[in-house]
Design a protein around this ligand. Structure first.
Ligand SMILES: *Cc1c(COP(=O)(O)O)cnc(C)c1O
Length: 462
């Protein structure tokens, strides 16, 4: 399998190179040159465990790592999950919930980042190299990336976050990790400051090469690949074509579902759910992709206005024509707005719903009252969106709502919405045992040189 750029100006490359490259040199995203059709494999796959299924799917897209090594990486990644089903499917009567939050940091990002950390470590070990991962987080992604990298021999990680701009719990999930290859940088500034420092650091190509900097951000193809397995897993257990409701920010999770449909796996409809940051919901409803202001919500991992993974969808939508992708992205970059203008609608199988902040709180309360289920605010956005479009799903098909975080990650929002009866559900032993006494961090000014000096002093060399 070779990977091509959505913008068409990059020489096709094998998986290993695509993973280590991240963003394509022409500014596009890397996509597999084809999506293998698996329709005739589905019957046989029904017998497989979750890990075996994930191994099958990885093998379809990775042909430059020996199969035995790849299988071992995938199997090892899921040992970090503490539920026997890894991704349990909970039936609540009117709908089902696919819980993707049983990994080490209790968010669905663990599914991809546990695998990606191991893939990086393996590839670097083969070539005798070391990489320093640098990232910025407003809260959630940082801990999932740290847990994917901690203790890995060939990797170090530096995570920038706004000092005082995350919840105390989110910060502790990062800073309490004791491994020497983990560096938490609390920046005296905003998340935007962190991102612009990150951008300048990567933009200094000499610095980037000297310190072997890399990224594990959400545009990495391996993250999408790791997320495909759970959609196939659910479809193998569905009576008819499945309906998925996915709370969306960067369009990574839902893109994996759309890619799976492209492999001949029966999926009927997609419910795309956003919070007040509704750029994607507006795009799918109107065809116009228009940047707006970022609103802070109780589902902060979806407080995003520019969805970095949408370009992969556009590439498929535009018949894999890189010229059309380039035109759309260039227009959006210059004017903050671009549109799909071929008169066909963006995608008939997607129902796009924006759930406002007050409705998310009401939904959390109502889901708890009716079904006895405590959903975190992100998962509640997806469930509420599914309930709003229920009349469009064929009779008897229960939508499968993707639960992306454990309620214990957002205890304040959960208890505020549901009340103190949710207090126990809003706790988790993995969080209870975090020890503030052992937290380590460096506080730095929002200054590019200060951050670069810190990285320069602490980067591992090899
Ligand atoms: C990242 C994240 C999302 C959004 O996922 P995308 O792939 O960016 O659409 C939703 N919920 C939680 C809890 C997340 O951490």
């Amino acid at each position: 399998m070779r990977y091509v750029s959505t913008r068409g100006d990059t020489v096709p490359m094998p998986f290993s190179q695509a993973v280590l490259t991240g963003l394509a040199p022409d500014g596009g995203l890397l996509v597999p040159e084809r999506f293998p059709d698996v329709a005739d494999k589905l019957d046989a796959w029904r017998e497989l465990s979750y890990v075996e299924l994930a191994q099958e799917i990885f093998r379809l897209y990775v042909d430059d790592i020996p199969a035995a090594d790849l299988d071992a990486i995938v199997a090892d990644a899921f040992t970090a999950f503490d539920h026997p089903d890894i991704v349990p499917l909970v039936d609540l009567g009117d709908f089902k919930v696919l819980e993707l939050f049983h990994g080490p940091t209790l968010s669905f990002k663990d599914v991809a980042l546990q695998t990606l950390g191991r893939v990086f470590d393996y590839l670097l070990g083969k070539s005798g190299q070391h990489l320093n991962i640098v990232g910025a987080t407003s809260g959630d992604t940082g801990s999932a990336a740290i847990y994917g990298v901690r203790g890995r021999e060939n990797l170090s990680i530096f995570v920038l976050y706004p000092n005082g701009g995350t919840s105390a719990l989110q910060e502790l999930q990062m800073t309490a990790v004791p491994d020497a290859n983990v560096h938490c940088l609390a920046i005296d500034g905003s998340f935007d400051d962190c991102q612009s420092i990150l951008k300048s650091t990567f933009g200094d190509l000499a610095f980037k090469a000297r310190h072997r900097l890399g990224a594990v951000n959400s545009i990495n193809w391996a993250r999408v690949l790791a997320q495909m397995s759970y959609y196939v897993h659910v479809c193998l257990r569905s009576e008819g074509p499945a309906v998925f409701a996915v709370p969306t920010g960067n369009f990574g999770n839902i893109f994996a579902a759309i890619a799976v449909r492209g492999m001949g796996v029966p999926i009927g409809r997609f419910v795309l759910a956003t919070n007040d940051n509704d750029i994607l919901a507006r795009f799918f409803r109107t065809g116009v992709y228009r940047r707006g202001a970022v609103h802070q919500t109780i589902s902060p991992s979806m407080d995003i206005q520019v969805a970095s993974n949408l370009e992969r969808f556009l590439w498929l939508r535009f018949g894999r024509n890189p010229e059309r992708v380039k035109r759309f992205m260039a227009e959006f970059a210059t004017s903050g707005e671009a549109a799909v203008v071929d008169g066909k609608g963006v995608d008939d199988s997607v129902d796009a719903v924006a759930v406002a902040e007050t409705d998310t709180r009401t939904a959390m309360r109502d889901i708890h009252r009716r079904y006895g289920y405590v959903a975190d605010p992100h998962s509640a956005v997806g469930i509420e969106a599914a309930r709003r479009v229920a009349s469009k799903t064929p009779d008897g098909t229960k939508p499968v709502c993707i639960a992306t975080a454990h309620p214990a990650k957002f205890p304040d929002a959960v208890i505020e919405a549901i009340g103190s009866s949710a207090r126990d559900a809003a706790r988790h032993p993995r969080l209870d045992c975090l020890d503030a006494a052992s937290a380590r961090r460096a506080v730095l000014p929002a200054d590019i040189e200060a951050v670069k000096n810190y990285i320069g002093d602490h980067a591992s060399r090899q």
